[in-house]
Design a protein. Structure first.
Length: 369
């Protein structure tokens, strides 16, 4: 459909209004509306009237389609795969479509889908889901809104009905993570386990588990301490699939903590460098996420800590970096976050770190009356 653009330009003694409201999907040409007025005030009133008329006529630009929402989403997912979307993201999209969106709305014609239908779907999800289910419902809403935005842009739908609807409201859920004490207890319980260097490395590097499983020895320079995250590896349908890092910021290079380098040296001493992967399975092939998770659960239960996933070791890594006085921007880069997301995710740790800053500032003021 294109982007709505307007302009009011004075030409001599008159004012010209131009409204470019989109592209005709049949011809590819821009659809424009224009008028000439005697004053700026009249031009502004005419601009508003032209926009209202454009919205009223918008349905006339839509390409006729008898596709159901399920049929459209299938094609949309295929296009997303062709665009090189991260494997894990594509998998999450597919799961949201198959498990939440399609069962409720899939048989509706794309052209008939309305904001009221989307709202009713979201309200129903909010009424029957717990906190975890509410998070999944919110994710499904974002997937649907993105898909329908593309349908609107391509002229397959007169509007994006998900944009007008409101997502199911849910109480903010704090992301839990292991404390540093819990993480150390896990490593102590992991001593003697084949995957102990992997879990230690996750703690000392801050890598996501998928990033560590996709790590190659060529990504590591243990002499200088540099590590480059170039890919991740996730399990999809029982098969390990290599993909791009989760986000643009996830592809990063940084200097590791000395403890992370030591973890890699221990892994190298046991495994050697016969395999390209740093943390392979016994047979040298990719270590399956489900197998890693099963081993971690056993170690975690032995340590007697909270039943959180291995991903939650990243919280302890953030605690290490902030406790050591790391700049928030540097810590965020090491962990593959934007500064804003880092601050949101680890807000509890930042509150504690401000206590140290306040104490230091207080001592400085006392010394400089």
């Amino acid at each position: 459909m294109g982007v709505v653009r307007t302009a009011i330009v004075q030409r001599g003694k008159v004012w010209q209004v131009q409204v470019r409201v989109g592209k005709d999907p049949a011809t590819g040409r821009w659809i424009r509306k224009a008028a000439t007025c005697d004053s700026r005030a009249e031009a502004e009133r005419t601009e508003r009237a032209l926009l209202v008329a454009a919205d009223r006529d918008r349905a006339g630009w839509v390409s006729p389609t008898r596709q159901t929402l399920a049929e459209y989403l299938e094609g949309w997912l295929g296009r997303k795969a062709g665009e090189g979307l991260a494997v894990r993201t594509l998998y999450d999209y597919r799961r949201a479509v198959d498990r939440i969106i399609a069962p409720a709305l899939g048989d509706r014609l794309l052209a008939d889908l309305s904001p009221a239908m989307v709202q009713q779907w979201q309200d129903g999800l909010a009424a029957r889901h717990d906190a975890r289910g509410a998070a999944q419902a919110a994710h499904a809403y974002r997937v649907l809104r993105s898909a329908l935005s593309d349908a609107h842009r391509l002229g397959l739908a007169a509007i994006n009905p998900a944009k007008s609807a409101r997502p199911a409201q849910r109480s903010p859920r704090k992301r839990e993570g292991f404390s540093l004490a819990e993480a150390r207890g896990i490593l102590e319980a992991a001593q003697g386990e084949r995957l102990e260097p992997l879990f230690a490395f996750l703690l000392h590097s801050g890598l996501r588990p998928a990033e560590a499983l996709g790590l190659h020895w060529s990504d590591v320079d243990m002499e200088s301490g540099y590590l480059s995250v170039r890919r991740d590896m996730v399990e999809v349908g029982g098969t390990m699939v290599v993909g791009r890092p989760k986000t643009q910021r996830s592809a990063r290079t940084f200097v590791m903590l000395p403890q992370a380098v030591a973890d890699l040296r221990r892994q190298q001493a046991v495994q050697g460098r016969a395999a390209d992967l740093v943390f392979p399975a016994d047979n040298g092939h990719a270590l399956r996420t489900s197998n890693m998770d099963r081993v971690f659960r056993r170690i975690r239960d032995r340590a007697g800590v909270r039943p959180l996933p291995v991903y939650s070791l990243r919280h302890a890594t953030a605690a290490i970096l902030l406790s050591a006085g790391a700049d928030v921007g540097v810590a965020a880069k090491m962990m593959g976050h934007s500064v804003a997301l880092f601050c949101e995710t680890y807000a509890d740790l930042l509150v504690e770190s401000t206590r140290d800053v306040a104490a230091q500032a207080g001592r400085w003021l006392d010394a400089h009356p």
